[in-house]
Design a protein around this ligand. Structure first.
Ligand SMILES: *Cc1c(COP(=O)(O)O)cnc(C)c1O
Length: 362
């Protein structure tokens, strides 16, 4: 079996830190002397209790969460949160604000509308193909919450700073930049992130919910769709996604102990993004698709002069061990997803490859 690993620029599922994968491999057949794999132990065992509680404790420390926040591990991906949020946190007499910054935000809006909830799209960047984050938004003073998508995975835009909405709590889909940078959690009532972009494997979604939001859960929704169900049982009302939680625990340990926290992670991520944006900014061959002030530090999206060249670029990149550079099927072009686990060395190697490719084909 080949041990060769590629430079992984996949958008999700995406790269995981090599030391984490190695630790999983080493302990896979016999977890902590249990004589079982972590995928074989009971979720009611002390082994798994330690895993989930350590994962939660690390998330709390990394984000400096106070006691008013609870950390949940749910299934159904970020996509189920599009529905659970309005079901749980938006009563029929209230209205919530949504900012539409791309494909995923649009889906969140559609789910709330499907539930016939009262929502207001207070801003959208659809007029220019979602290539920017709207500014100077007039939020509703009495919004039950304001929903934003912190990083737009497909369009390659990211909120550089979170908006001061004055009224209701912020609710954020952080699927593709969760744990990539430090931020003040105080304005947030709820944060959610599908794990498979930045913190773990597919199959688990982290939800951080504040007590005031948790109190809103109505009685008449299915048990599994109530945040209160999961919060009252430490995410173990039913069988949780054990392997996903375990991997998240190890990624959080890596963030704390190897990287040294979110400030350090942010500094590395900024270096990585700069490396690629510098290539684009010095070139007329590579054209970034996002406005400068809205550029994502996680998903670097760009076009080449023609679709044929884009195809050739992706193919030659693959032959040189760069994976995942094809843009999302809905927008075409190219995209380098440079989440936490993608190393600066990989990104620098890609930047060199881009420069060489331009020299040969530009
Ligand atoms: C990938 C992604 C989603 C969808 O996540 P699933 O876990 O597949 O449901 C939602 N929002 C954002 C920002 C994403 O990047």
């Amino acid at each position: 079996m080949s041990e060769k690993r590629i430079h992984n620029f996949n958008a999700g599922p995406a790269a995981l830190p090599l030391p984490v994968l190695q630790e999983i491999q080493e302990s896979f057949l016999n977890f902590k002397g249990s004589g079982m794999s972590i995928t074989e132990v009971s979720h009611r065992s002390k082994w798994f209790d330690d895993v989930i509680n350590d994962a939660i404790a690390r998330i709390r420390r990394l984000l400096k969460l106070d006691d008013t926040y609870q950390v949940l591990f749910l299934q159904g991906g970020a996509s189920l949160q599009f529905a659970m949020i309005p079901m749980n946190c938006l009563t029929d007499s209230d209205s919530a604000d949504y900012v539409n910054t791309g494909t995923w935000a649009t889906k969140a809006i559609q789910e709330a509308q499907l539930l016939e909830k009262n929502i207001k799209v207070v801003a959208s960047s659809e007029d220019r193909g979602f290539c920017y984050i709207p500014e100077n938004i007039a939020y509703s003073p009495k919004a039950a919450y304001v929903h934003i998508t912190s990083n737009n995975t497909i369009k390659g835009t990211q909120w550089p700073v979170y908006p001061d909405v004055k009224g209701g709590p912020l609710v954020a889909d952080m699927s593709s930049d969760f744990m990539s940078r430090p931020f003040d959690v105080k304005p947030f009532g709820l944060i959610y992130a599908g794990a498979q972009k930045n913190i773990g494997p597919a199959g688990v979604c982290v939800v951080i919910i504040r007590d005031d939001m948790l109190k809103r859960t109505p009685k008449n929704i299915p048990t599994m769709l109530k945040y209160t169900t999961h919060a009252s049982k430490n995410s173990m009302y039913n069988t949780p996604p054990c392997f996903g939680v375990y991997t998240i625990q190890l990624v959080m340990k890596w963030l704390e102990e190897t990287i040294g926290g979110l400030e350090n992670m942010d500094a590395i991520n900024r270096k990585k993004a700069k490396c690629l944006y510098d290539v684009m900014d010095k070139s007329r061959f590579y054209q970034g698709t996002a406005d400068l002030s809205s550029r994502s530090l996680m998903n670097v999206t760009f076009r080449l002069p023609s679709e044929d060249l884009e195809k050739q670029f992706v193919q030659e990149a693959l032959a040189n061990d760069f994976g995942g550079l094809k843009g999302h099927r809905s927008v075409g072009g190219c995209r380098a997803s440079i989440y936490n686990a993608t190393t600066l060395a990989s990104v620098q190697t890609l930047a060199d490859f881009m420069i060489t490719f331009e020299r040969k084909n530009g």
